[in-house]
Design a protein around this ligand. Sequence first.
Ligand code: PMT
Length: 313
Amino acid sequence: MESNWEEFYANQPKPSDLETSTKLLDNFVKRYSSDDTKIALVTSGGTTVPLEHNTVRFVDNFSAGTRGAISTEYFLKHGYAVIFMYRAKSLEPFSRHFTGQKFLDMLDLTQKDGRPQLTVCDKYSSSVAEALVKYKSAIREGKLLQLSFTTLSEYLWLLRAASQAVAPLKKRVVLYLAAAVSDFYVPSNEMSVHKIGSTIGAPKIALHLVPKILKPLVSLWVPEAFVVSFKLETDENLLISKARASLNTYNHKLVIANMLQTRKQKVTMVDKDKDYVLSLTKDQMDQGEEIESSIITDLVKRHQNFLSPNDSS
Ligand code: PMT
């Protein structure tokens, strides 16, 4: 049975670092309280569902955090300040360009005056420099705050804290909920304390439904913000109807619908009035173009329209 969201927060213990994260969030928001900078709160990566308090095993999902990490870079490019809420060890903006590379193969080691000197190999230097310049400038200008979570419970506590922190910035805020959030969990009071043993046979673990957090988020925590959720399906026949049902239920601004198999190539932007596809050709994919570039360009226009509906530019 689905518990309501108040019950969820009453029964799932707060993460120990929530207070520290809340202070970082408050300072970030304060910096932008008196100008007109637009803010994006991006969630990214999957959540784990631990099966034990002293966690040895957990249920996880496929998300690598690619969508969130890439989108963050494009939000920054469009002048947004970004709170990047990501699953620990999933992809992060800028450093994501180097995952899959052998880090040590990218470096050269020489000696100068008897001391080791590290440099980046010629082959990698322009790509490393490009990412480094953008990353350093985002950090120097205070435009990027990164906060991590691992479990479903940590995610939901952090999401509430982050939503409440940005709420005073009202319409200037876009919530871009790209994280793949588990729909099922084991409540804290039903979880085994220690590693589940095998001597008494296979355990029967009852998963409970996670309350739909979009509901309080849209209606109570950030009622004035531009909220964008994602809908992921594996059956194409359900995708658009489910996206539309989500819009009708939660009354937010936009659902970005994608299929597991084609998510890097094609998405459908679904709002109350219409839906249309954004996609890349195979050539564009081969040339390294990213669908997130089109998504964020489209979204920035929508957000601008939302902020100034009479401004046709
Ligand atoms: O990270 P990548 O590998 O790049 O993959 C990107 C992605 C496929 C994960 C991303 O594009 C995406 O689709 N993310 C959302 C996937 C998802 O969890 O969809 P859903 O149908 O379970 O949830 C839909 C929406 O409801 C989500 O925006 C979520 O914020 C919200 N939700 C989910 C669970 C829950 N208990 N409460 C919620 O409010």
